[in-house]
Write a protein that binds this ligand. Structure first.
Ligand SMILES: C[S@@+](CC[C@H](N)C(=O)[O-])C[C@H]1O[C@@H](n2cnc3c(N)ncnc32)[C@H](O)[C@@H]1O
Length: 244
């Protein structure tokens, strides 16, 4: 994982401050239900959702290729409940009822090969009727248009009189891939860390085709966290795919 914001010890602690909402978690857990299931959280990051599911009684495995993210996951309250695995979809073993990939982790799969391999690996770990749920930003909504220093600037309070100002800037649009940088200016010290990242905005038809090729049948699509229908203007494309 080369993305600094999943690796740099100064940036990893910012992740949870930047992603404090839980509407996505509520969406997925409503579909998971209350009966205890075996769940794998692929690209689990700092482990917020994995721990939340484990506290609800599910047997959870959190998988992530970024060691610094897993360090935060292990250290959080309840971090002893899930099983943590360092790696990607190839790294985990066992059988699961549900696989989730949240926080747009799916967009880290930059190529067709990476996406299809992930679908194959996840499908191989699910029984018939098992579900793979994930979301990706809708390319038609062009979220990257708002990733300008002016439109994306925000200040996070780190406590103790410390703050960080963040802003995004797109460096290159290359087909479905968007390369961008995030500038972090730590205050009052004034020092700066710049991280670079690439995300893929894959179209729905291609994702659905890949899911079917991997052995998923029904795919339900949603366009927002309230469960609304997916439309051209939806910012999210949320997939619930069932293994056949
Ligand atoms: C934006 S974070 C999302 C973290 C977490 N799921 C959440 O909702 O907060 C994306 C995560 O995907 C992980 N990741 C990157 N490439 C991956 C891959 N090929 N397979 C699984 N996870 C990956 C990164 O290390 C990072 O922790």
């Amino acid at each position: 994982m080369s993305d600094l914001h999943y690796a740099d010890p100064r940036l990893v602690p910012l992740y949870d401050l930047l992603n404090a909402g839980d509407e996505d978690h509520r969406f997925y857990e409503a579909r998971i239900g209350a009966a205890p299931l075996k769940i794998v959280d692929l690209g689990c990051g700092t482990g917020v959702f994995a721990v939340r599911l484990a506290r609800q009684g599910h047997a959870v495995t959190g998988v992530d290729p970024a060691p610094a993210m897993l360090d935060v996951a292990r250290a959080r309250p309840g971090g002893d409940l899930p099983t943590w695995v360092l790696g990607d979809a190839e790294a985990f073993r066992g059988r699961f009822d549900v696989a989730v990939m949240t926080g747009h982790a799916f967009q880290c799969l930059l190529t067709d090969a990476a996406m299809l391999q992930t679908f194959d690996q996840v499908r191989a770990r699910l029984d018939r009727g098992g579900r793979f749920m994930f979301e990706t930003r809708n390319p038609k909504a062009r979220a990257w248009d708002g990733w300008t220093p002016e439109a994306s600037s925000q200040v996070l309070d780190l406590g103790g009189g410390n703050q960080v100002r963040l802003s995004h800037e797109v460096l290159a649009l290359d087909g479905e891939q968007v390369r961008f940088q995030t500038r972090h200016r730590f205050m009052p010290a004034g020092d700066e860390v710049v991280s670079r990242s690439t995300l893929r905005f894959a179209p729905r038809a291609m994702i659905e085709q890949g899911l079917r090729a991997a052995g998923f049948g029904r795919v339900d699509w949603f366009g927002d966290w309230e469960g609304g229908a997916l439309s051209a203007g939806s910012s999210e494309m949320i997939a619930v795919a069932t293994a056949e």
